[in-house]
Design a protein around this ligand. Sequence first.
Ligand code: 13P
Length: 287
Amino acid sequence: MLVSATEMLQKAKAGHYAVGQFNINNLEWTKAILLTAQELNSPVILGVSEGAGKYMGGYDVVVGMVNGMLKDLKITVPVALHLDHGTYDGCYKCLEAGFSSIMFDGSHYPIEENVAKTTELVAAAHARGVSIEAEVGAIGGEEDGVIGMGECADPKECKAIADLGIDFLAAGIGNIHGKYPANWKGLSFETLDAIQALTGEMPLVLHGGTGIPADMIKKAITLGVAKINVNTECQLSFAAATRKYVEEGKDLQGKGYDPRKLLAPGFEAIKATVKEKMELFGSVDKA
Ligand code: 13P
């Protein structure tokens, strides 16, 4: 059964580790992430952007697929199904469809409007036992057409949003979705420190987990980050493994074109990436 992400993230913050949110795109992604979490006895959050939800056929398809896998694959570790960077309407759709966690990304609204919409969605989510993440300070880069500038959040605005009863907070600290440019300045630990000082126990979320060096990840966890989002890195490892299979001509040998064979190396590559991240984040054996 899907669970809200609140308890797993409160435990992570108290225990000084982070739970990975791995974004899903299809059945292979979902199965690879769930099986790895089960093998490593780690809690996990499946992230679904609005674009990925649409790609998979809709939120009911996603909920049906994930619930079916939890049952048939006998997944017993805590799993949350989370809307990533949700719009106001998207949040309501996912609450209806049976997601166990949502993110309302109101970071592009003026703070007053972000506060008003977040307040309303907190009540709607909590009435269903669903956890809710909010965002302050746009995350840089591009994801599903949403373009952020990579600004650092204002700690006072973080405190204002955290006080609305949300369960975890995404705050921009110079992080960027996708690959980091060579001239990236790194995470602003000064900002993170100031945000944690004002928001206390609130689990903090680090978006743009792809390509952040291990030492920065570890430091961010010591400063209150309890959820780390990874998307692009699984896409890169899937693509590289699939490319290798095709370039070696394996799809042309025997029944190598069978999708169960063609997609197998990419599937294994996602598993390896997820394992590496769970080990780095410290969530192994924390289920
Ligand atoms: P990356 O694609 O950079 O890993 O970011 C993922 C993310 O933050 C999803 O919200």
